[in-house]
Design a binder for this molecule. Structure first.
Ligand code: DGL
Length: 275
């Protein structure tokens, strides 16, 4: 049995490529169809119902393109729409929040976990609920970091302005004595070097990307959805904004696996699916 259909992965921009990277490492023979909604980026400051509308359009498009499972590689989408996406996709849907929380709860030594994310993610309280659901004796403190994603989307991981923002965002969490920080936005693993430098060596950084890829692996195994054989996988990358801009930034982060970037229209057509 072999299922050659691609895995559908989506985000508001290049952040979801951190999850793509981990999936490629763990499942090198699986083709991936990626959509970055750069025309409507950023999602983080937008109202929940607007994020949900965009997310459902992309999910419909990917289902229409016959992906075998959906990976919601964006925390802001997950907090706004995961139940709606799961309710109508008709295929397995994997998110990033539970995997990140699972890792953080294992890693913390003092039970004090910090979370950084977009305004949408932090104000949703989804991480507080996910941590509480584990039953682990830990506390979580959250901080929204609005400017981070825009720097990442520009390809900036080192500017003084960005470092200043990181210092401001992280100091209240450091004052709480956290020993573990969840990067609760898929753009943030691209800032790991900067964040670790500002946090110092005693705070463990948790990226949900590797853990999410493990869930994708388990989902494909459980559903009999693995692609058999050892042929090289062909991937497809689509951007709703300027493909050339997406390709430039995404290529820096993803490397040679980033093949040519195509354009997707950021409006629903024909029964909710995109062209
Ligand atoms: N990468 C997205 C996330 O994980 C957010 C980026 C945005 O604000 O659009 O939340």
């Amino acid at each position: 049995m072999s299922d050659p259909r691609p895995i559908g992965v989506f985000d508001s921009g290049v952040g979801g490529l951190t999850v793509v990277r981990a999936i490629m490492d763990q499942l090198p023979h699986e083709p991936i169809l990626y959509v970055g909604d750069t025309a409507r980026f950023p999602y983080g400051p937008k109202p929940v119902d607007e994020i949900r509308r965009y997310a459902l359009e992309i999910a419909d498009f990917l289902v229409h393109r016959d992906v075998k499972c959906l990976v919601v590689a964006c925390n802001s989408i997950e907090v706004s729409a995961i139940d709606h996406i799961t309710g109508r996709a008709g295929i397995p849907v994997v998110g990033v929040i539970d995997p990140g929380v699972r890792a953080a709860v294992h890693v913390t030594r003092n039970g004090r976990i910090g979370l950084i994310g977009t305004e949408a993610t932090v104000s949703s309280g989804a991480y507080d609920r996910a941590v509480a659901a584990t039953g682990a004796p830990v506390m979580i403190r959250s901080q929204a970091c609005p400017v981070f994603v825009e720097h990442v989307e520009r390809g900036d991981t080192t500017s003084d302005e960005l470092r200043g923002a990181a210092r401001r965002y992280l100091s209240p969490l450091m004052a709480e004595g956290i020993d573990t920080l969840i990067m609760g936005c898929t753009h943030y693993p691209l800032l790991s070097g900067l964040l670790q430098l500002e946090l110092g060596p005693d705070v463990g950084l948790v990226s949900s990307a590797d853990e999410t890829a493990k869930d994708v692996y388990a989902t494909l195994v459980a559903g009999g959805l693995l692609r058999a054989g050892d042929e090289r996988a062909e991937h497809e990358f689509l951007s709703t904004g300027d493909p050339a801009t997406f390709e430039r930034v995404a290529g820096v982060f993803l490397g040679p696996e980033l093949t040519e970037v195509g354009a997707a229209r950021a409006e629903p057509v024909g029964g909710g699916a995109w062209s």
